[in-house]
Structure formats: C-alpha cells, structure tokens
Design a protein around this ligand. Structure first.
Ligand code: BES
Ligand code: ZN
Length: 613
C-alpha cells in the first residue's frame, strides 16, 4: 500500500523541469516577462471546494510570443502547479523560481516561438492570501460558507497564475463550478441566475489588469436598483442594502455626466460579510463593499461614489506601477467628492473633504517623522509591499493636488481636461510622467499664468503651502461646540440637532482627549456613544475611550474588534491600545481570540501593531 501511494505521488509530481533557468528579476512587483510576451486573454476553469478551501482547475492563457523567447514567465504565490500544456496537448517543461518576500515565485514555462496557448493546471492553497474562506458563522445567514477574493495589489497571483502587474491588461472568461446552494459572482458578465448544474460562465470583454480579477461565492440574492444596476447580498442583508443604495443609478448618471460614458455595462454592488478587510474594492461591473457602510441612514454612501469613480480613474485609466498609485486613488477621491457634490450639494461635499484633509494632516505629520519619503505622491516601493503605499498621501494629498489645479485654472477648463484625460488614456496604463506630460501639453500650456507647482506636489515630501483650504460652515459650527466643551465641560454646549455621521466624526476629532478626561461618562450618557452601531462613529469614540482609559466602553470595544474586519477601523483602535502596557495586553488577548476571523491583510497589519511579527 505504502509503495503504491508513494509511486502515485511520484507520478503526479513528475514533469519536465527547465534545464537552464533564465535569470529572474522582479520589476514593479512582478517577475512576468510582459515585455517579451503579450498576454491577451485568460480563460479560467475552476471548481470551488469549500471543504478543502481550494480552487482547482486550469488557467488557459492566450499569448503572443512576439519576441520569440523560449520562456513564458508568470507570477505565482502559494499555488500548486500540476502540469502545463501547450496548445492543449503538448506537456511543457516548467519550474518555479525561488520564493521572494511579498512577490511569491516566478513560474517559468518553456514555450515555442509560435506558442499561442498555454494551459496551467493548478490548485490554490488554503492559505492563499487573496482568498477568504468564511465559515457559516462568519456570514449573516450562518448557514452556508462564503468565499471572496481580494486581488489588489499583488494577490491575484495567489489564485491565478498570471502576469500580475497593473501594466498588463487582458480580457478574461471563466467557467466556475460550485455547489448548487451558491451563486458565484465575478468582475465580468453573467446572467446571474442560479442553475441546477452549479456551472456558471463569465465573460469580461474589456481588457483589465490582474488586480481587478474577482470572484465571490455565497448564498447571495439580487435586488435591482435601476436599469443597469443593483445590489447583491446575503438575503438577511439585502433589504437594508437596497435601502442604503437607492441613489445608485443617480450616481452612475451623475458620474457619467461629469467625465464621460460609463464603460463597463452594468454596475452592481456586492455587500460582503464583515471580514472584508477594505471599505470597498472597485472590481469592474461589481464593486465589493463592507457591510459597515450600511448605517441605516445612507450616511456612508460616499464609499460607493468612490468605488464607482474608479470605473474611470483606475479601471479605465490605470496606474502603470504601484509607485503611481496616487493616479488611481487621488483622482478617485477627487471624482468621488464631485459625485457627492452633484448629488447632495456643496456643503455636504465640503464636510467630507474637510474631514479627509484633517486625516491627511495627521498622516503627513506622522510620516514626516517615520518615513518622510512616503509623503511624496510618486512613491518608491521597490522591494517593499505595495500595501505600504495605501495611505492618505495617495488618496487625499493626490486629491488636494488636483483641487489646487482646479483652483488655478477654474472648474470648466479643469473638467474639460479631466474628461479628455480619461478618454485619451482609456484602457491604457499611465505613469506619473505620462500624466505630467499630458498635463503640461493640455492644460499648463493653455494657462501660462496659472501657478501649478506639480513638481513640488509630486516629487517633494510634505504638504505644499498652496494646499487648498476647505471651509465647511457646517463643521465650523461643530468645531465651536467642541472648543466650548473642551473649555467649559458643559454638555449643553453640544447641540446635535441635525447631526449627520460626519458632524459626529468632526466633533469627536475636535474633542481634546486630555481636557475631557473626566467628561467621558457625561458624553456617553448624553449621546449613547458606546452603544452606537455606526462603525465610523464607534471607531473615533473608542479611540477617545482608550486614550482616557474609559473602562465602561471596553466590553463594546472587544465586541467591535471581534465583529469588524475592516482594517481602517481595526488599525486606530489597536494602535491606541498598543500605546500602554495594559492596553497592549488587552489588545493581544482579543487578537489571539479573533485573529482567524480576520482577513490576512488585516491580520498582518494588526500583528505588526501588536509587535507579534
Ligand atoms: N482600491 C481601493 C482598495 C485597495 C487599495 C485595496 C490598495 C488594496 C490595495 C479602494 O478603492 C479603496 O480605496 N477603498 C477605500 C474606500 C474609501 C477611500 C472610500 C477603503 O477600503 O477604505
Ligand atoms: Zn479607491
């Protein structure tokens, strides 16, 4: 028996290996040789196995070996490669390169000059970082497991062997097989109807970069919100989600009016279980979103405006490398605010903008002591995890830079420029230098008197002096209340009539932790903050509670850290806990209990904060 098993194992691992491995060098976080071989299309044929937490099947890559190279080099991480076939019949020699931190392993495949099709048979590992396998308890319905992917920035390679660099665009199609209890969704076209075979076909006819490959499989239902849009969620969340996103079709119309036609056909939102580590992810045709934006009062829908805006900035015009990440996110935050202004008016958009600017100033101050180079828009992430670039710099400094240009040339000229920029570079990737050239030629040349200090904004550290100011009258009123309370400690100073989530956040951020040390109970009794169910408000309030060691809130803090998986919320709470020995101990206790329910992205960040890595 033993010998039989052993020889079977041997047979399944035998394949021809590459005799003379080419030198493998990573460029822009990828090993792929996309300069020598063009990747045109990927067809995925994958079965979803919840019991073993794995996807298995094949990826068929259509290529053009225009350089006549002997090798196709792909990115992989944590993937098990079973065999590789050329043109669906000939077994090809292949080898994996040495594992490199963050990057994984190059997959080197021997190809011919005229090879057109390479089929990689493979399966994923249960630890694959892009794949989050949820137990039934981690879902709203508690009955079925759930799977979702998160490919950005360089995690697509943990579930698809591909050229995992944003510089490479390809079309894709997929056949997904799963148990009939589930509906699979992808960032691609499909008729979204459950079928008895559990087999689903998807097509993405527009070329996309690998970080936009996405799959979710769960007990999901759909509600339409207009002709071309709707929401998917577990049945338990569907009605609430549909209520929250009533304005979805208005958002799409507003965005298209601003900067040109929506390029992707449908726009749907998938509301995921709470362990999704981000607020949202702009997977084309179907944004993945955290349930923490379902506040019940539609107050957090700017996140949808943000992900929708990526349909232009990011998905249509894509950062060529992760060093150019600000082109994706800075433009998107700017566009998001314009959508919010169009739908809900300038006072509302100004509140959002001023809150973000406040966050940016804190981030700049922090980074100027810890990593000043990371305050430049154009980053240098070579040898690092591109995740390090996900800060308010790309997002808010990027947005403020664009606002500054708008101030200099006026809105009509600026809008015309942005629309033309999206149109000119659609379905392409751009570097920061491409953007600068386009800016000089198409805007600066026409406005010689404008003072557009783009070099300072892009290549220098810190926040330039001509950073626009935001004057939200709403928030001024709130700042005055906070100042009054900080000085006089009289609760009547705070008049919360007409408060939205954003008023609350600004209030909490303007309360001075030291001066209100003895007022925590009074505030809590007056406004019931510890018991809030708004994840944004909870986050800021709990940070204040930790700063003031307000123990009454600690059970709720534990509950929050156990039930929310979004890194943006976990991080500040753990950060503040880690500042004192008792807090650190409390944080570690919670983390040890719940870390398996966190996505790898959140788990790694928090482990770092708690000095566990
Ligand atoms: N594309 C990002 C999320 C992302 C960035 C994932 C980099 C992995 C690497 C998405 O559009 C985003 O910015 N999400 C924000 C939402 C927000 C700024 C409204 C988030 O998740 O908080
Ligand atoms: Zn974004």
């Amino acid at each position: 028996m033993f010998t039989l098993l052993a020889s079977l194992a041997l047979v399944s691992c035998t394949h021809k290996t590459i005799q003379h491995m080419p030198t493998l060098s990573a460029k822009n976080h990828s090993f792929a040789n996309y300069d020598s071989v063009t990747l045109k299309h990927i067809h995925l044929d994958l079965a979803v196995d919840f019991d073993h937490k794995k996807l298995s099947g094949k990826a068929i890559l259509n290529i053009d070996n225009h350089s006549g190279t002997q090798y196709l080099i792909l990115d992989t991480k944590q993937l098990h490669i079973d065999k590789v076939l050329l043109e669906d019949k000939v077994e090809a020699a292949f080898s994996l390169g040495k594992e490199q931190t963050h990057l994984g392993q190059a997959l080197v495949i021997a190809i011919e000059k005229n090879t057109k099709q390479v089929a990689v048979y493979y399966h994923t590992s249960p630890e694959a970082e892009a794949l989050m396998w949820l137990s039934p308890e981690q879902t709203a319905g508690k009955k079925h497991p759930f799977l979702f992917t998160q490919s950005q920035a360089i995690l697509a390679r943990t579930w698809v062997p591909c050229m995992d660099a944003p510089a490479v665009r390809f079309t894709y199609s997929a056949d997904i097989t799963c148990d009939t209890a589930f509906l699979p969704l992808m960032s691609a076209q499909n008729n979204f109807e459950k079928n008895k075979q559990g087999k689903y076909h998807f097509e993405m006819p527009q070329p996309i970069p690998s970080y936009l490959l996405a799959l979710a499989v769960g007990h999901l239902e759909f509600q339409s919100l207009g002709e071309n849009c709707g929401v998917f969620a577990e049945p338990e969340m569907l009605e609430k989600s549909a209520y929250e996103f009533v304005d979805l079709s208005k958002m799409i119309a507003g965005a298209s009016e601003l900067y040109g036609e929506y390029a992707w056909g449908r726009y749907d939102v998938l509301v995921l279980p709470p362990s999704f580590p981000f607020g949202g992810m702009e997977n084309p045709r179907i944004t993945f979103a955290t349930p923490t934006i379902i506040a019940g009062d539609r107050s957090l829908v700017s996140l949808i405006a943000h992900e929708l805006a990526h349909s232009w900035s990011g998905n249509l015009v894509t950062n060529q490398t992760w060093d150019d990440f600000w082109l994706n996110e800075g433009f998107t935050v700017y566009f998001e605010e314009r959508i919010m202004e169009k739908l809900y008016g300038k006072p509302y958009a100004d509140m959002l903008s001023e809150l973000s600017l406040g966050e940016l100033k804190v981030t700049v101050d922090d980074l100027m002591t810890s990593a000043p180079g990371d305050t430049k828009l154009k980053l240098n992430l070579a040898g690092r995890n591109p995740d390090d670039g996900v800060t308010d710099i790309a997002y808010v400094k990027g947005c403020m830079f664009l606002k500054m240009i708008e101030e200099q040339v006026g809105r009509p000229a600026w809008d015309e420029f942005v629309k033309a920029y999206f149109n000119h570079f659609k379905f392409q990737t751009v570097t920061t230098d491409d953007f600068i050239d386009y800016l000089k030629e198409n805007l600066i040349a026409k406005h010689p008197k404008a003072n557009i200090n783009y070099e300072e904004w892009i290549f220098n550290i810190g926040l330039p002096k001509n950073c626009p100011e935001i004057n939200s009258t709403e928030l001024k009123r709130v700042a005055a209340m906070a100042a009054d309370f900080n000085n006089n400690h009289a609760i009547k100073a705070i008049d919360t009539a007409g408060f939205t989530t954003h008023h609350w956040l600004y209030l909490l951020r303007n309360l001075n932790a030291d001066s209100i040390k003895n007022d925590m109970k009074v505030l809590d009794s007056a406004f019931n903050l510890t018991a809030s169910t708004n994840a944004e408000i909870q986050c800021d309030w709990y940070v204040l509670c930790i700063k003031n060691n307000y123990q009454t809130a600690y059970p709720s803090i534990e509950n929050y850290l156990s039930n929310v998986g979004r890194r943006k919320f976990l991080k500040p709470v753990y950060d503040n806990l880690a500042k004192t020995p008792e807090g650190l101990k409390f944080g570690k206790q919670i983390f040890e209990k719940v870390k398996d329910s966190y996505h790898a992205v959140s788990r790694n960040t928090i482990a770092g904060i708690l000095h566990l890595q």
